[in-house]
Design a protein around this ligand. Structure first.
Ligand code: NAP
Ligand code: HSE
Length: 439
């Protein structure tokens, strides 16, 4: 049973999405049931990085959202219009919608979700916040028993990439921004990234899910990173902080009642805080809830592959629902057809590799006799078994023995064990005191 997918846009995210759908091997079995039947673009002549027949391309995006054969419309074109109107038209035509468009969702969520409820279709948006990080579904599902008190996050990849490189290399703002654009992280107009507006869109969406209500995007306070100077980064470093563009949504209870604090601004984050180590294009969302405590979601926050990972997860969620809907009536033996993403996969046996075949690095502490040439001998013995050494340190004496600590390069465990056996059998080796695998 194939589910037909129409893509609105084949840029950074659309291309990543198509690449996953066209290469289903070793992914969830449902991926092979997804078929891209139409792709809406601005230019039909542009060279594309995907192997799709020319016939699927069109500049008539209306024809995609009204196509009776299409089950799922994937909006990865960006911008407010015509993205908003096309999503609404797709919904009106009974299509489920997957979108990565945080700007349109933050501003028009009420209109879009109201229309979707009325039409009985889903609008899924995992890719809209945090790129490849699953955070929307966890807030909707896995954490739904919690009372969320606060969300603080680094939720713009471009600005985190710029701030990280400014700190590490002291590079020029404009050059680093150009790199972020070339890598596909920045928006078509990077103002939204640099001025904190993209992060404001995303925190509005997260707050709405976490606190269970409509959030007025225009009420989110935002400051960007344009005024952060190299001197500020250096002073912050001296004081034990790192500067990050943080988005915060917090429940505030006062005598006047309950309200939400919603803000995006550069923030000095203490070096000891988990968010201080989120670097480059990585994002992280730190959620505090009752009773779960603190949970952090971390991963690549932008770019073709990570964002497409989230888009395709949403497409699969919808395909799974459709499969149940359509399959129940068709099931011959009368047993209920379960949602293939909710049910655990158990149909086939996975072949498990024996530990001898695994490859890792090893740390070994040996006690040897205090003789000339012992270190050379240890190195030769490992070398004869194909174990290359990254470092060898001779440390303390212990009685008659000297202690040698060795770290290997990556080696197959079987070969490493043979080398150890050979070493253990030598008179000059008194003891293999410890063996620990190295990450
Ligand atoms: P992009 O590279 O600029 O691609 C946009 C695509 O949409 C292009 O294929 C373009 O056609 C098509 N398009 C745009 N306007 C159109 C119109 N009016 N008519 C027909 N086709 C149109 O954008 P992107 O980076 O993939 O971003 C897409 C969405 O994902 C945005 O909402 C963005 O905020 C969101 N997002 C992006 C990332 C990321 O890392 N890039 C991460 C998360 C979310 P042509 O190819 O013919 O120009
Ligand atoms: N421009 C956005 C960013 C893309 O840099 O985070 C991901 O939403």
């Amino acid at each position: 049973m194939a589910f037909k997918v129409g893509l609105l846009g084949l840029g950074t995210v659309g291309t990543g999405t198509a690449q996953i759908l066209l290469d289903p091997a070793q992914r969830h079995p449902l991926v092979k049931d997804l078929e891209i039947t139409k792709v809406g673009v601005r230019s039909l002549d542009k060279p594309r990085d995907v192997d799709l027949p020319q016939a699927v391309f069109t500049t008539d995006l209306d024809a995609i959202v009204t196509d009776p054969d299409i089950d799922i419309v994937v909006e990865v074109m960006g911008g407010l219009e015509p993205a908003r109107s096309l999503m609404l038209k797709a919904i009106e035509n009974g299509k489920h919608v997957v979108t990565a468009n945080k700007a349109a969702i933050a501003l028009y969520s009420d209109e879009i979700f109201t229309a979707a409820e009325k039409a009985g279709v889903y609008v899924l948006l995992e890719a809209a916040v945090g790129g490849g990080i699953p955070v929307i579904e966890p807030l909707k599902q896995s954490l739904c028993s919690n009372r969320i008190t606060r969300i603080s996050g680094i939720i713009n990849g471009t600005t985190n990439y710029i701030l990280t490189r400014m700190k590490d290399e002291g590079g020029a703002f404009d050059d680093i921004l150009a790199d972020a654009q070339a890598l596909g992280y920045a928006e078509a107009d990077p103002t939204a990234d640099v001025d904190g507006l993209d992060a404001a869109d995303k925190i509005a969406i997260l707050a709405s899910l976490a606190f269970g209500g409509r959030v007025d995007r225009t009420a989110v306070y935002s400051e960007g990173i344009r005024n952060i100077a190299a001197e500020d980064i250096a002073y912050a470093d001296n004081l034990g902080f790192v500067i990050k563009l943080l988005a915060v949504a917090k429940r505030q209870t006062t005598d006047a009642g309950e309200q939400l604090e919603l803000r995006v601004h550069p923030t000095l984050v203490p070096n000891a805080h988990p968010l201080s180590n989120v670097n480059g294009v990585y994002n992280a969302i730190f959620v505090e809830g009752d009773p779960v405590g603190q949970v952090m979601f971390y991963g690549p926050g932008a770019g073709a592959g990570p964002t497409a990972s989230a888009v395709v997860a949403d497409i699969l969620n919808i395909a799974a629902l459709l499969q149940v809907e359509r399959g129940t009536a068709q099931r011959a033996d009368g047993t209920p057809l379960l949602d293939p993403l909710l049910a655990c996969t158990h149909q086939t046996d996975c072949a498990i590799a024996p530990i001898e075949s695994t490859e890792t690095r090893f740390y070994v502490r040996l006690l040897t006799q205090d003789q000339p040439g012992v270190i050379g001998f240890v190195g030769t013995c490992f070398g004869e078994h194909g174990v290359s050494l990254a470092s060898v340190v001779q440390t303390n004496r212990q009685g008659d023995s000297v202690e040698i600590a060795v770290v290997t390069h990556n080696v197959q465990e079987g070969k490493f064990r043979q080398a150890l056996e050979k070493l253990t059998a030598q008179d000059s080796v008194n003891d293999i005191a410890s063996v620990i695998r190295v990450l």
